[in-house]
Design a protein around this ligand. Sequence first.
Ligand code: MG
Length: 371
Amino acid sequence: MKITQLDPFILHVPVTRGGIADSTHSVTHWGMPGVVIRTDVGLSGFGYCGTHAHLPSDKLITSAMTDLFGPLLIGQDPRKVRHLYRAMDREPVNIWIGRAGVTQMALSAIDIALWDLKAKAADQPLWQLLGGDPEKRIVGYNTDGGWLNWPTDQLVDDCKRMIEVEGFHAVKMKLGKPQPMEDLRRVEAVRRAIGDDARLMVDANGKWHLADAMQYGRRLRDYDVTWFEEPLWHDDVTNHATLAKAIDTPIALGELLYNVDQFRPFIEAGAVHYVQPDVMRLGGITAWLQVAELADAHRLPLVPHHGDMMQAQIHLCIAHRSCWMLEYIPWTLDCFEEPARVVDGAYTTPTQPGAGTTLRDDALARFNVLT
Ligand SMILES: [Mg+2]
């Protein structure tokens, strides 16, 4: 099997209720710059990353896919994905200008497409190719009701509905109001509404500084919060380590880290308790598996960030022993041939061959903004 062609796309898909916000971002659409990798045997692999639907930067990402990495792939057998990953990762231009940001997200999309092809060629879902157990229960936790721009009554109603009506057993809400006490009052209201048994996570998206995080973060224990996600600036190992020792609530982070080398100092410093790689940012499935092994070697659980909209990562969670929980945000489910699905709080096991990333033709026609 040989790669013959790379066809880029950029999907911009509307989010819930016209727009959501956390402490750092406001989003009306979810961006999916991606690529279809075609072969001489008729199989196609789909890969993409996730953005805030900023078209100029999305175009930079697709350009890196086709112009930087594409020439390394044409004529190659996609089943040699680990070999091809190394060639792309060590490509001199990538070493000079890449290893993070635009080029790393492009590499992620390509790597996902190659693994999709490898699993399709084996006629297996990716979790099976990777040795996973189809009976494994992966808990879905829903973030799509915990937004910072939701007024408190709507936040409470949404979290209650996700637990009582939709069957989730875990929800996450955003922090980052101008006054931390307002955040704590919202946490208290949600905890009261969802009861004691449901898991509740909070996420500051890197906004707080260490002083506030120590003073107010300490009080999260009163609401039995499972983890405090990205409390501080994303790259700050030292202050996260200080905070981790100062408060009882575990720390989760990793969604904005770009490679395994960036995870290592957090883990070795004791600055993270729940490791949160995102397959669409840190270099795709090949790199995700590296981070999963690193976390597992330190006996830390892995709870991936949702950037691929769960499609590939549910396969990886089923396959890797360090995973038991995966974020759930349903914005792009209609785009996929086999959308990720949660029933009674847990993901169902995908059955179609591939990595779960195959897009529907009508979604490509409707949401593609790349001209
Ligand atoms: Mg987060």
